[in-house]
Design a protein. Structure first.
Length: 290
């Protein structure tokens, strides 16, 4: 694989228009673990006015990770990875991303001190001590050995969104944010990133994005022609038209999503008439309609 030292060159932090989520883990691809992190991120991005363009799941393979993070970092403004930063041999996300951008792994002093202070004792390791070298200590240190780029601001390369958590969010190449795969930690840390990126968001409160949901009793085949024509007509104005079946339920749903709220609202009467529908305010409400 070609070296990527040039990819780690300094670039200004850019306004966040697009985002991507890279889920890393054999357990997800093997069906052992259900990925909920990408779904959480999708809703989070929508609430902040970010356009999530890609969700990708790959195995715990160094070459796969290297190819994916290089491509995503180059293509999207904000990239989040999920998984592969634990203490065991198959947790290779840090080392793979470091290699992708020609960076060394270094013990992050603040993360290490936070780990020692905030980690709860494990009753199954009663003899563990931070002052004594041991296999258990070596394994834990893997989680605070982060990719480091000496040419960039070191303070921006490891963020601590939650005071109660020692887990850092390692930031590589300005736009790759490395998060754990444990959903509770992933959700808390991602949510906590908002203050760190607020000044780069074009719509931090998500007020510029509007989603209108219309429940229709008609089958998709009955509205397909109209929705195809509508999508072609409103697409140039940045409006997306969606159609979603609800198998075994009485209603399907049609969505209109875009930033021009007034234009979206102007479409509602027409759509309601064409699909014989009813506007709803909460997703899932269509299933309760008679």
């Amino acid at each position: 694989m070609a070296p990527a030292s040039n990819l780690a060159g300094v670039k200004d932090a850019r306004t966040i228009h697009t985002a991507a989520c890279l889920v890393i883990g054999d357990e997800v691809l093997g069906g052992k673990t259900i990925d909920t992190n990408s779904t959480f991120m999708a809703k989070w991005c929508f609430s902040l006015g970010m356009n999530l363009k890609r969700i990708e799941t790959i195995e715990d393979d160094e070459d796969e990770i290297i190819e994916a993070v290089r491509r995503m970092s180059n293509r999207y403004d904000f990239v989040v990875t999920s998984g592969g930063i634990g203490p065991t041999h198959d947790d290779i996300t840090y080392q793979s991303i470091a290699r992708a951008f020609g960076l060394p792994l270094k013990l992050h002093a603040e993360a290490y001190e936070r780990m020692k202070k905030l980690s709860k004792p494990n009753k199954l390791q009663p003899d563990f001590s931070w002052d004594v070298d041991s296999p258990a200590k070596t394994a834990r240190l893997r989680m605070v050995q982060l990719p480091v780029d000496e040419s960039r601001d070191l303070h921006k390369q490891a963020l601590f969104p939650r005071d109660e958590l020692w887990v850092p969010v390692s930031v590589v190449n300005d736009n790759i944010h490395i998060l754990p795969g444990v959903p509770r930690l992933f959700e808390s840390l991602l949510d906590g990133l908002k203050p760190f990126i607020a000044d780069r968001l074009i719509d931090p409160d998500g007020k510029g994005i509007c989603r209108i949901i219309i429940a229709t009793p008609l089958p998709e085949s009955a509205v397909a022609e109209y929705l195809t024509e509508l999508a072609a007509r409103v697409g140039p104005k940045g409006i997306k038209v969606g159609s979603y079946p609800h198998w075994g339920k009485k209603n399907n749903s049609v969505t209109l999503v875009g930033r021009d709220r007034d234009y979206l609202e102007s479409l509602v009467p027409e759509v309601l008439s064409k699909v014989e529908g009813k506007r709803i305010t909460v997703e899932g409400e269509e299933d309760a309609l008679e």
